[in-house]
Every structure is written in C-alpha cells, then in structure tokens.
Write a protein that binds this ligand. Sequence first.
Ligand SMILES: C[S@@+](CC[C@H](N)C(=O)[O-])C[C@H]1O[C@@H](n2cnc3c(N)ncnc32)[C@H](O)[C@@H]1O
Length: 512
Amino acid sequence: MPSTLDSYDDLPYESLPLPDTHPDYLRALARLYGVDAAPMASCRVLELGCAGGGNLLPLAWYFPGSQCTGVELARGHVDEANALITELGLNNAQVLHRSITEPLEDHGDDLGEFDYIIAHGVFSWVPRAVQDRLLDICGKHLAPNGIAYISYNTLPGWHVRGLLRDALLSYCAPGGRASERLAQAHALFDLIEPALRANQSLDAQLALKEIEYLRRAAPSYVYHEYLEEINEPLHFSSFMQRAAHAGLAYLADAEPWTMFPDTLGADAAAPFAAIADRLQQEQMLDLARLRKFRRSLLVRNDTQVRSTPDLSALDTLSYYADLSSDAEIDLGSATPQDFSSPAGNRYSVSQPLTKAALMLLAMHYPQALTWDALQQRAGELVIEHGGSLDAAASDAYRTELFSLIAYQAVRPTLETGASIDALAAQPCAHPLARAQAARGRIVASARHTAVELDALGATLLLHLDGTRSLQQLVALMSEALQAHGQNTDPALLESACVQMLWTFARQGLLLG
Ligand SMILES: C[S@@+](CC[C@H](N)C(=O)[O-])C[C@H]1O[C@@H](n2cnc3c(N)ncnc32)[C@H](O)[C@@H]1O
C-alpha cells in the first residue's frame, strides 16, 4: 500500500487548470522552435504530482481522444481525482496513487512513452531523489518530439521570498498540523506588520509587500510554499545541467517574453543580446530580472531545436485572445491604445491592424482564427474605418502581434475551437462544468483557464441541465436568493442571468 503525504491530506492543494501547461499551447510554441509535437486530440499526457486533477482532468474531458495519466502520492488528492473521473465516466484518464520514485507501470506493464509530461509546482518541493527521478522519467518516457514542462523556484530571485520563508520557519513550530502552522504564520504577519510599516528601509518595504501578497494567496499555496520542509530554488544553469544528465535538452520557456533580451529595455538589452550561447544568455537574464520562478520546456536530446524562433511558422498557427479596451477603439490612426485581459493585465498596441485583430479575437473568443483570416479580416475592418494598408503596416502588425504572443496576451493554438452565436432556449452546461461547480467555485474553461464563480454563478451553472427555460432559471434563482433573505427585482435578475449565461458561453461551458 503506498504511503501518503500528511501535510497535503491535512491541507489539500487547490489544483487549477494551468494554461501554460496545455499540450496544445506547448505544441504551438514548439512549432516556432522547429519541433513538430503531437496533436492534442490524440496525444498521451503524463502529469507528475497532479494533486486532485484540476489541471489534468479538464484536458481529458475536453479532448476525449487524448490519454491522460496522473501520478500522485497524497491519498486525499488521488481520491478527489478519482471521484471526478468516476462521476464524469472519463475512460481516457487515470490517476495512480504512488510516488514519482516508483516504477512507471500499471499491473506490471510499463506505461510507455508520453507526448507531454507535466510537473508543475513539484520539482523544488520534493527531495533530491524525487527530483532526479522526475527528470529521469522525462528522459526515458518522452516520445520523439515529446515535450516536458517542469516548473521550479529560481535563483537568485527566490532569495527575496526566502527571507520571509526563513522567518516563518523559525517562528512556526515544526511538526504540527498544517492548519495550525498556517494560523501561526498569520499570527506572525500580524505581529511584525506594524513594525515593518514604521520602518522606512527598503528591506522592510520588501517584506511588507511579500506579506500583502501572502495574505491574498490561497492558504494551500502559502503553506506548501513557505512552511513545507523542502523548498529548493535553483539556478537555471544548475537545472539545465541536471536535465542534460537525464538526456534532456532545452526547448524554450513557457513564458516566451522572458527569453528575449530586448524586453529588458533598449538601454539594457545589448550586452545580453551579445551572449551567443542560448542557455548562458537565459541564465544571465535571470540575474538581470531577479527571476523567481521558471516554467522550462524540455525535449529529448536527440530532438532538433532551433536556437531562435522561426517567425514564418506564425503563419501556420491560429490565435485566440480575450482582451478589451475601455476606450473606443481608434482604427484610423497609430495612436497607442490600452487593452486589458480579464485578469487585469494591460497591453498597449498602436497599429490599426493590431487593434482590429484584437477586436476580432474578442468577438470570436474562445474560437481561434488562423493567421491569414485574422490579418485579412483585420485589414477589411481598418479599410472600412477609413485607414489604409501597406507593407510597412503589415510588418509593424506582425511585430506587434508577435510581442502580444510572447507576453501571452494572444495565445497561439492548433485547436480552432468553437464559439456560440445564440443561447439555447433551455441552456445546458456540460457535465464537467456542473461537476466542478458542485465542488467549489472554480470551473475549467474550454481554453483551460480557471473560471471563478460567485455564489450566484455557481447556483445558476448547477441548474443548467438543459431542461429549464430562462424564465424557469430566473424563478429558481429568485427562490435561492429569497432563501438567503434577499429580494431582487425580477427584471434585474433576468438581465443578470442572461449576462452570466453569456459569460459561461464565452468560456465554452455550454453545450451548443
Ligand atoms: C505544490 S503541489 C502542486 C500540485 C499541482 N501540480 C499543481 O500545480 O496544482 C505538489 C503535488 O505533488 C505531490 N507530490 C509530492 N511528492 C510526491 C511524490 N514523491 N510522488 C508523487 N506526488 C508527489 C503532492 O502531493 C502535491 O499534490
């Protein structure tokens, strides 16, 4: 009988869909580096340390032709994942209760090769022997052109977080229950915060910022990042040395902008751009950025990888984005205009073609448009609004779009997806959405983002089983609100329900 991990059973990790781990995204990025990875629709995915399956199982659900296997040691997490697998009848997903260090086999049969191996939030937080085995699994079980995604805390930047971790570890007695130690951590924040506020030094201000960040963070993150016994940040160069030892080579970073020296700013970029060796350049960029965290993509060392991205491959991909602008979009001139993501990240663009492309992508979200269709339709929009197009405009658009892709504001994809034009008379949410809404407030969207529901949204989603009209849904919601002593104007409630239904539709949670 495999053992378990008490601290995770005591304080389970809230596992969420992680867009940067999505095989379709990894495949699109790999194409820029000359690697032809397997299509999502028929790939084999392995996730090591998959917790309750919040990242893995939506992949299996949205892509029934894929085969998704998770490995997880904490008993509670495995039970949580298996309950969802059973409820959804997922016959393309399994979560194995075992340590990463145990043989990768099922009933004595080797599990074979995988097109994608994901280990997010695991490497820095497990003992050295488990880290080595994790790399070893990637080296031995990646299929040709397969991609491993491994994230880890990075030096030198993590030293900043380490300051608070040291304080917490010395204050919170080891060995107690996770929930008790977490309460002690908050007691320490309360104790030292006033003193830090009164202290004008830079290090006190830094610690204050970290405390503010931790107060907002999920408790399971705070515990497992700051109070677990093991948390080993490392330099990128050390990580790559160990990866090379396991037969792996570098493909790219899942956050592409981090690989480009010019993102340091015009004055700072030149000495970094002059470093010819790619790995050395990235290590130096970590020093310059004081980088804290990495999401490295690795391939087998027999894979041919380009050292710079092939920008012509952009034309072979499709794109999606969910950006909006508060101001009226000016397609007539190259004035800078801000667009923001649902998470609040802002991006400034100035080319009329780019602005038109972002408008089109928002209209079609979650559906993606091919490079050609996007450029052609954006061009038509610009001309309709009195603008003109020439080769220079087209080049500037290409540069701006590439920058948006590098910053992950626009995502490349090979899965076009679909959008909904009209709400059904009796809207129906798919079973994964309803199963997740019944468990909590986070639901995985068709684009692998975490959709956070409020209480009203969760109630509505739970009732979308395809048997109720809008009027019946509004009546149900009204009853639910009244049960909590709230009376709402029926017209207002109906409009709120319609708005929520459109939000669900845009996230791909409704059946067509
Ligand atoms: C910080 S959590 C990250 C969970 C998930 N990958 C995510 O990012 O949401 C680390 C996970 O690794 C699991 N884990 C730790 N050591 C393990 C081992 N030796 N074998 C398998 N799983 C392990 C823990 O139980 C936990 O679920």
